[in-house]
Design a binder for this molecule. Structure first.
Ligand SMILES: *[C@@H]1O[C@H](CO)[C@@H](O)[C@H](O)[C@H]1NC(C)=O
Ligand SMILES: *[C@@H]1O[C@H](CO)[C@@H](O)[C@H](O)[C@H]1NC(C)=O
Ligand SMILES: *[C@@H]1O[C@H](CO)[C@@H](O)[C@H](O)[C@H]1NC(C)=O
Ligand SMILES: *[C@@H]1O[C@H](CO)[C@@H](O)[C@H](O)[C@H]1NC(C)=O
Length: 477
């Protein structure tokens, strides 16, 4: 039972509301027109729509690729803002049209509209979208044409900046000039922080990754980071938050004990793995959460590798090093595993860096807890070593018949680059199907390395193993 007074109040307040809505719509309409005009104007002042002119032609080429300024990204962002505004306008229209009908969720019929309902509606459904549209528009960074003669040619903008809205990414990828504009030790006056270009394809994930409070603890999201890296967002941006560590971290074992022992379980954060301790990672456990190197967490098995004569395709470290006594001191191991190759080589006084990713198990953690160097690295990148620097590259299990030939070609040329003349490439049990063997053999032989060892043997009926020990020849050019 409602009094007529209350009913009259309800009618009056919905009248007032529809007037507010109408005014809002007008404002919004004007705003949309203004945004369109403003973006046109900004394009215009950036020189996009200048009448035909020589220098103008130069500018138009920008559209075709990764030149100084990314117009595609800019126009995407303007479209995004226009869409946000149109959605808002639709919503307001819908609200006005249905005001007082029972289909209206916010202001249903027969109910007086309280000012707190109105306030909530304006705040959540009008002001917030309007504000986010405003922010998105403000974030668009248009290069300022430099003063001077050929100002249209000198337009530069940080690449990719218009793709991202999270402030922390934008800050990261903006180039930073040295204080005072002086040259630094590298002889440059600014520093670039780079990210992998495929970050653009994973914008949502990257923005989630970079959304944190500066100086606080990071989320426990290393697996999001790894997903980004494997998706080509590699290198990732740095972050200004504190990485989490294991709560009960224990002093690691001394090096004379750590090389061949499983570390303390408390030194690993297990929350993102299927297992909760090292024992669980045993090959006997089918739910261990990884399959890339069964048995590699069993140290008794690992101790047998490269020291006991078991099959023709498994070379012994003593034989390999005997080819170049005293010459092999530093090297890289591109394998999947727990660092046992590096551990063995350490006993021979050879320093090996092991590339690693944490695919389903704490591989980086165990390698470092054994006292070895884990290089957290995906195959997306050029290796961070200079030309002609390493004595040895060893690869085991990692390279196999799954790998695309063109990718393998780029990888092998990179390895060739970093291997020194006289350095050794040890291909350890590469396996592929029999019919692909010729293709891969060509890949390995194209560099005309000296063949110290070359063994092909059957893995199964259709698959073969190839092991090879090759020496890079001198290049006196
Ligand atoms: C094109 O612009 C240049 C300077 O930016 C000017 O010198 C030239 O006269 C212009 N040409 C035409 C056809 O407007
Ligand atoms: C860096 O040097 C270039 C010329 O080499 C100059 O144009 C630029 O303004 C300098 N940047 C800073 C931040 O000083
Ligand atoms: C390892 O070295 C430390 C001293 O550096 C020594 O106290 C310890 O007994 C050694 N452990 C083994 C197993 O030899
Ligand atoms: C490694 O170096 C140590 C100390 O220089 C030496 O005592 C040892 O014999 C070396 N081991 C091998 C296998 O060369």
């Amino acid at each position: 039972m409602r009094s007529s007074k209350a009913r009259r109040f309800g009618a009056w307040s919905s009248l007032r509301l529809s007037r507010i809505m109408a005014v809002l719509q007008y404002i919004l309409g004007i705003f949309v027109i203004f945004v369109s005009l403003a973006s046109l104007h900004r394009f215009y002042s950036a020189g996009v729509f200048l009448p035909a002119n020589d220098s103008c032609e130069k500018f138009h080429t920008v559209k075709d690729g990764y030149a100084d300024f990314d117009i595609m990204a800019l126009s995407d962002r303007v479209d995004e803002v226009l869409n946000q505004l149109l959605n808002l306008q639709d919503k307001l229209e819908f609200t006005v049209r249905n005001m007082g009908k029972s289909t209206q969720p916010h202001f249903p019929a027969g109910k007086p509209i309280s000012s707190s309902d109105l306030k909530l509606f304006l705040e959540e459904d009008v002001i917030q979208p309007l504000y986010s549209a405003y922010v998105a528009l403000r974030l668009i960074r248009i290069p300022k044409p430099e003063e001077g003669a050929d100002h249209l040619v000198n337009i530069r903008e940080d690449p990719l900046i218009n793709h991202f809205t999270v402030e922390e990414i934008r800050k990261y990828i903006t180039q930073k000039g040295n204080r005072g504009g002086n040259l630094n030790i590298y002889g440059t006056n600014k520093t670039f922080n780079t990210i992998g270009h495929a970050c653009v394809l994973m914008r949502k994930e990257l923005e989630e990754y970079m959304n944190y409070d500066v100086g606080s603890y990071c989320k426990d999201d290393w697996n999001l980071a790894q997903t980004l890296m494997l998706g080509g967002c590699d290198p990732l941006p740095r972050r200004r938050c504190l990485a989490r560590a294991s709560k009960f971290y224990q002093r690691p074992l001394p090096i004379n004990e750590s090389l061949w022992q499983l570390p303390d379980d408390r030194n690993v954060r297990w929350s993102n793995y299927q297992c909760r301790d090292f024992k669980c990672l045993s090959s006997k456990n089918h739910k261990r959460g990884f399959s890339i190197c069964t048995g590699c967490f069993e140290m008794e098995k690992e101790k047998m590798k490269w020291v006991k004569d078991t099959s023709l395709v498994e070379f012994l470290i003593s034989d390999v090093l005997a080819l170049k006594p005293g010459e092999i001191r530093i090297g890289l191991d591109v394998s999947t595993g727990t660092g046992s190759f590096a551990a063995r080589m350490r006993e021979w006084n050879v320093t090996i860096i092991s590339t690693v990713l944490n695919i389903g198990a704490p591989f980086s953690e165990i390698i470092s807890l054994r006292g070895l160097v884990p290089l957290y690295f995906s195959m997306n990148q050029r290796l961070p070593f200079f030309d002609n620097t390493l004595d040895l590259i060893h690869t085991n299990v990692f390279l196999a018949g799954w790998i695309d030939l063109l990718l393998l070609d780029f990888i092998l040329f990179d390895w060739d680059r970093i291997l020194r003349p006289g350095g050794l490439l040890w291909v350890d049990k590469f396996f592929c199907s029999r019919k692909d063997l010729d293709d891969y053999v060509y890949m390995f032989l194209q560099f005309r390395y000296r063949k110290h060892k070359w063994v092909v043997s059957f893995k199964s009926k259709d698959e073969v193993y190839l092991s090879a020990l090759l020496e890079k020849p001198p290049r006196s050019l």
